[in-house]
Design a binder for this molecule. Structure first.
Ligand code: DC
Length: 220
């Protein structure tokens, strides 16, 4: 049976950075489930579907052809044959993903894809419902968080480093709104699994967090 590590937490807590580093250290596969919800959101946006058009979202998500490949160890999300990795990292797509991921049909489809990946290989999977819903039997579960101010500053620094414009207050307000939506939705809300270990990364380095997670595996 494959060994799975589940990392959940709010936007900007450092989940993907940590999960990638752990995957590299342990030679596991990193599965970024947020990228799948973002790709679904991009698909809806291209169809001109708005976040509140629930019936259209339910109906059209069935036809979405989303798959995952690994190229040189990097997760590539395909929409049909198109590699959309470079198109899904915008705030607009992130907000649309947060809104449309509340739809049960969207979740059902992507959870199935995620479980198939985890059954085939040792994975570090990050998202919002991995420990609670997708992989309830994961060997290690972590709930990774940080204060909204720290998370906003990290996003801000990332955008500035990419040469983009950024407004720190707006980013923090968006983060708080997104967390609130992800935590209060009816289906699979973001919450700490009963058996997950809470790690607050506000004042920890990336290596300190990765080592803390790896220590949990050794303890099992
Ligand atoms: O982690 P991220 O910012 O790339 O995720 C984008 C949105 O997708 C997030 O706001 C909520 C949704 N999501 C989810 O509902 N469940 C997951 N397992 C991963 C992401």
């Amino acid at each position: 049976m494959s060994i799975n590590i589940a990392i959940d937490g709010p936007a900007g807590a450092g989940k993907s950075t940590i999960a990638k580093l752990i995957a590299k250290k342990l030679a596991y596969i990193y599965v970024d489930t947020g990228a799948m919800y973002r790709t679904m959101a991009l698909y809806f946006m291209r169809l001109g579907i708005k976040a509140d058009e629930t019936d259209k979202i339910t109906c059209m998500c069935r036809d979405a052809d989303i798959s995952i490949e690994y190229r040189d160890g990097v997760q590539v999300v395909l929409l049909g044959d198109e590699n959309v990795n470079g198109l899904i990292r915008t705030e607009e797509v992130g907000n649309m993903a947060s809104a449309t991921s509340a739809n049960p049909a969207v979740r059902e489809k992507l959870v199935e894809l995620q479980r198939k990946l985890a059954a085939k290989a040792d994975v570090v999977m990050d998202g919002r419902d991995i420990g609670t819903v997708v992989l309830p039997d994961a060997k290690v579960k972590v709930y990774l968080t940080a204060s909204s101010a720290v998370r906003a500053k990290r996003r801000y620094d990332e955008l500035i480093a990419r040469g983009e414009q950024a407004d720190l207050d707006k980013i923090e307000a968006d983060i708080i709104e997104r967390d609130n939506r992800d935590m209060t939705r009816e289906i699979s809300p973001l919450k700490q699994a009963d058996d997950a270990v809470l790690i607050d990364s506000s004042y920890m380095t990336i290596d300190e967090v990765a080592d803390a997670v790896i220590a949990l595996i050794d303890k099992e």
